[in-house]
Design a protein around this ligand. Structure first.
Ligand code: LLP
Length: 420
């Protein structure tokens, strides 16, 4: 459930009409609902009530906006980070370093050192050599890194190829059949405290069966490692739960997921770590846009909006569906293509979609844009970097400015050899 709804025929975020935001901030703009964020954070946590010991680390990559992170920090969420920059954001938003988990297949030595310096709670090691280097750096700094080994369980998550991570050809984790000896070697290294194991098999998952299969595999590995004398007190189950991008395609609920987790991990006697991203923020955001033209097409009209693939990359990158709704619908519909102004045919949000009838100047939203939306934006075609707004009841605030071309150009330099 989210807090974007029509009141008096106009789409609101909580109590604020979208048109008020468009008038104040312009378009395109991402709009987040604080109440929705809080609700999702609570629903996900409560779905895991049956898990006796747990830590929830929001996958910051889904939405790293500081205001969003502050809301989640207040809900007791930590952070799953994949770069030094994301660590800076988590800390700046007030998340305790101990609550931060550092994932990612290409952490640099500088990032590892900075994370040790900050005192983060867990490193998710992706390859043997990374563990060796982390141990060395930690020793040099007189510290001990709490770490888990990320395992690739070779499970097909049944999602888009570009967001599958748990098959053996993927770059993530160590092969599960090599995890035993790699863990054993890393466990001998001073500077490293090997606490457990981790997996993450993919994103936008609609089927719990592959997740349950992966949990079964990692559970067996946990028992093998314990039998070999290792202490396993943490198991990181990753993220991945899907969200409905189309109103009639419903993913498993957090409650379904929680029931499966409770069943699959019964008697594990470990602290379970979770790294949800999309399920927390996806439906807590929309991309508000204005129709520039309705261009007659040869086959059907093109609705040209002022948002483009540089603002919301998901349709161009993953053929993703985002529901499109007029802010003040008339009740009439038409079948149209929806595209942005960027000079690529790939800058198309939808083809042959039955949508609210819109005309030039109308406002509309792309729904479910709170996850992997603003954070994947670019300035391609020298367009401004899209701003973000957060709504809280009947008030709202700009939580990320629109970065204008002047500011972007100001960061570029003309070299001496071109000065003449
Ligand atoms: N943990 C790890 C290690 C991950 O790699 C990811 C996502 C997550 C957690 C969070 O997954 P979530 O709960 O959000 O599904 N840009 C793509 C999604 C990329 C996901 C990458 N990893 C998209 O727009 O669909």
């Amino acid at each position: 459930m989210d807090h974007f709804a029509y009141k008096d025929g106009v789409l609101h975020a909580e109590n604020v009409p979208m048109s008020t935001i468009a008038d104040a901030v312009g378009t395109p703009v991402y709009v987040y609902s604080r109440a929705t964020l809080e609700r999702h954070a609570r629903v996900f946590r409560e779905a895991l009530d049956a898990v006796p010991r747990k830590h929830i680390a929001f996958a910051i990559k889904a939405n790293p906006n500081l205001a969003v992170l502050r809301v989640l920090a207040r809900e007791g969420y930590g952070a799953d980070i994949v770069s030094g920059g994301e660590m800076q954001r988590a800390l700046a938003a007030g998340m305790p370093a101990q609550d931060i988990v550092f994932s990612g297949v290409g952490k640099t030595r500088a990032e590892l050192a900075a994370a040790l310096e900050a005192g983060i709670g867990q490193f998710n090691i992706e390859l043997e050599e990374e563990g060796v280097v982390l141990a060395q750096i930690a020793q040099e700094m007189g510290r001990t890194a709490d770490a888990v080994l990320r395992v690739n369980p070779d499970v097909d998550a049944g999602t888009h190829a570009k967001i599958s991570t748990g098959m053996k050809e993927n770059k993530f984790g160590v092969p599960i059949d090599q995890a035993g000896w790699i863990f054993a070697r890393l466990a001998t290294l001073p500077g490293l405290a090997m606490r457990g194991i981790a997996i993450h098999i993919g994103s936008q998952l609609f089927d719990l069966a592959p997740l349950e299969a992966a949990y079964g595999k990692i559970g067996a590995l946990m028992r093998d490692l314990r039998a070999a004398g290792h202490v396993i007190d943490r198991v990181d189950l990753g993220g991945g739960l899907g969200v409905p991008y189309e109103r009639d395609k419903i993913p498993p609920s957090p409650a379904d997921y929680g029931a499966m987790v409770a069943r699959a991990t019964k008697d594990w006697d470990a602290t379970l770590y979770f790294e949800p991203g999309r399920v927390i923020v996806g439906n807590a955001g929309v991309l508000l846009t204005r129709v520039i033209w309705v261009k007659p097409g040869v086959i059907r009209p093109y609705v040209i909006v002022d948002a483009a693939m540089n603002d919301l990359a998901r349709p161009a990158m993953y053929d993703a569906w985002h529901d499109f709704e007029a802010v003040a619908p008339t009740g009439e519909h038409f079948v149209a293509n929806i595209a942005g102004p960027v000079c690529e045919s790939g800058d198309t949000f939808a083809m042959a979609r039955d949508i609210d009838l819109v005309k030039a100047g109308d406002l509309a939203v792309f729904r479910t844009a709170g996850a992997y939306g603003a954070t994947m934006a670019s300035t391609y075609n020298s367009r401004p970097l899209v701003p973000e707004v957060m709504v809280d009841g009947d008030r709202f605030a700009v939580v990320a400015d629109r970065i204008m071309p002047e500011a972007i150009i100001a960061a570029e330099r003309m070299p001496d050899f071109l000065q003449d």
